[in-house]
Design a protein around this ligand. Structure first.
Ligand SMILES: Nc1ncnc2c1ncn2[C@@H]1O[C@H](COP(=O)(O)OP(=O)(O)O)[C@@H](O)[C@H]1O
Ligand SMILES: O=P(O)(O)O[C@H]1O[C@H](CO)[C@@H](O[C@H]2O[C@H](CO)[C@@H](O)[C@H](O)[C@H]2O)[C@H](O)[C@H]1O
Length: 462
């Protein structure tokens, strides 16, 4: 029988080409120069074989750890053909996240609170979880890989690993601890080892089968408004304003719960300088990649500098960090927030820092703008449609703020009371989006660029 370590030794030579073809691989900006195994754990022995692998991916001077699930069996079923990575020692090896016959093992190990090698599978205290279920991967475009077990559980496998407790797990655990009703229940976790330190590699939550994400609902509503150009927005069938208001309330309630669970701090003088510097630095970096942004640089810097004039105490606390309409789910009982990992490209230190909750508000306001304006792509500036898009965005941004103000932490209150800060955070997010769209969806670049032009010209108030 082939020793799994020999198999892995051969397989890693295939990975420099294979990794960049994966949606979740975060290093598509440069070639992979080498891949080295850091740890190999046998989860299932024999044929089929299931291996858990942590590899170090080298890209010039950058080295980052990723986790992989590798399956291997003598006769690869046809439906797994597209997951094939290479044939080593005569055995086909493949990405096993899509193999429903193997991934059920991960849930069973959590149910057993098992330890295998350096991997520790655990249920949350008091959580009721049953095993023996098959899994299917979530097919949405994602930064990680999530597996759904029946209609019951969803297991997220974090792909790029960082030492310590992942903020997604930490914040879900803290929110669960204070009885937050706007998150999916946390049920378990998987912890591995990274250079001698524990690192979160998986998180198990209750799966909400009836959930629809906010982006799908919002864009349907925009389409309805555009399809009926003569009707006032509140008479259009798919009006979203009621939902936007409830969503604002849910976000505010999560902020209050995070503050209750983990505390807050009042920003010191130095904090404002650091924030402005970070915004200016990000702008400079993005202008190098997207020179078209340079024409807005003066106005953007002026808006960022206003952060220094922020009046009154500004509260800093744990926040979501990358909030947008794709990160919220509407269920029969209300809105849930998911994915508390922060911006995928942000450094780990930034993702665990205390920040103003207004950043999440700004992220969501940007998202309303996106939902409206992505409908205009390819419409050649039709003024009627543009006006309808603006109308939808204004109405829903304002409803969201109304809802937020109703349940806001008393350190924040109505977000519109911090207009300069909110505008600076919105513009900083839009600069981030310019970089994101440039790298991922160049045809969408006009969405953040047009917003920046409009906001800096003074044409946007929440
Ligand atoms: N508890 C849940 N119930 C139902 N669907 C969920 C749940 N959590 C996540 N999802 C679905 O899985 C997708 C990916 O989840 P997310 O946490 O955003 O992963 P990633 O970090 O890979 O972006 C979401 O867009 C959502 O559709
Ligand atoms: O969901 P992720 O954590 O991977 O976030 C990244 O991708 C998002 C797109 O999927 C991106 O969001 C931007 O586009 C959204 C519409 O697709 C829009 O609702 C957001 O407001 C906009 O920022 C996000 O910025 C990026 O980090």
């Amino acid at each position: 029988m082939t020793d799994p370590r020999d198999l892995v030794g051969a397989l890693v030579t295939e990975l420099p080409e294979w990794l960049p073809t994966q949606r979740w691989f975060a290093g598509k900006d440069r070639p992979v120069t080498a891949v080295r195994p850091l740890s190999t754990t046998v989860l299932l022995e024999g044929d089929p074989l299931l291996l858990h692998l942590v590899v170090e991916v080298e890209q010039d001077d950058r080295r980052e750890p990723y986790q992989l699930l590798i399956g291997s069996q003598a006769h690869l079923p046809e439906y797994l053909g597209s997951s094939w990575i290479g044939t080593e020692r005569g055995l086909p090896c493949y990405e096993a996240a899509g193999d429903a016959d193997l991934t059920g093992t991960l849930l069973d190990l959590i149910v057993e609170d098992a330890r295998i090698g350096s991997l520790r599978f655990a249920r949350e205290p008091g959580a009721q979880v049953r095993g023996g279920l098959r899994a299917r991967p979530v097919t949405a475009e994602q930064s990680n890989t999530s597996l759904v077990f029946g209609h019951h559980y969803i297991l997220k496998l974090f792909r790029k690993l960082t030492p310590g407790e992942n903020p997604d797990l930490r914040l879900h655990r803290a929110l669960h601890g204070v009885g937050c009703t706007h998150i999916a229940e946390l049920l378990g976790s998987i912890t591995g080892d990274l250079g001698g330190e524990p690192a979160t590699i998986g998180m198990l939550q209750k799966f909400v089968p009836d959930a629809v994400d906010g982006w799908a609902m919002a864009t349907t509503s925009v389409r309805d408004l555009m399809a009926d150009p003569e009707l006032p927005p509140d008479e259009v069938g798919g009006d979203f304003a009621g939902e936007a208001q409830r969503l604002g309330q849910a976000v505010a309630s999560v902020h209050s719960d995070l503050r209750r669970a983990l505390g807050d701090e009042i920003a010191d003088e130095g904090e404002f300088d650091r924030t402005v510097k970070a915004m200016r630095d990000r702008l400079d970096t993005v202008i190098r990649a997207v020179p078209a942004l340079a024409e807005h640089a003066t106005a953007l810097r002026a808006a960022f500098d206003k952060v220094r004039e922020a009046r009154g105490p500004v509260s800093m606390q744990y926040i979501h960090g990358d909030l947008h309409l794709g990160q919220v789910l509407r269920t029969v009982t209300g809105w849930l927030l998911i994915d508390f990992e922060g911006e995928p490209a942000a450094p780990a230190a930034e993702r665990v820092a205390l920040r103003s909750p207004l950043r999440d508000v700004a992220g969501m306001l940007r998202s309303f703008d996106y939902a409206a304006h992505q409908m205009l792509i390819g419409q050649d500036g039709d003024p009627k449609l543009t006006e309808r898009a603006l109308e939808w965005a204004r109405r829903n941004r304002s409803a969201f703020c109304d809802g937020y103000a109703k349940a806001a932490p008393d350190t924040v209150g109505d977000p519109r009371g911090h207009a300069d800060l909110l505008r600076a955070f919105e513009l900083d997010k839009a600069v981030y989006e310019v970089a994101y769209e440039h790298a991922n969806r160049p045809e969408w670049l006009t969405v953040p660029l047009t917003s920046i032009a409009r906001i800096t010209a003074g044409g946007e108030q929440p």
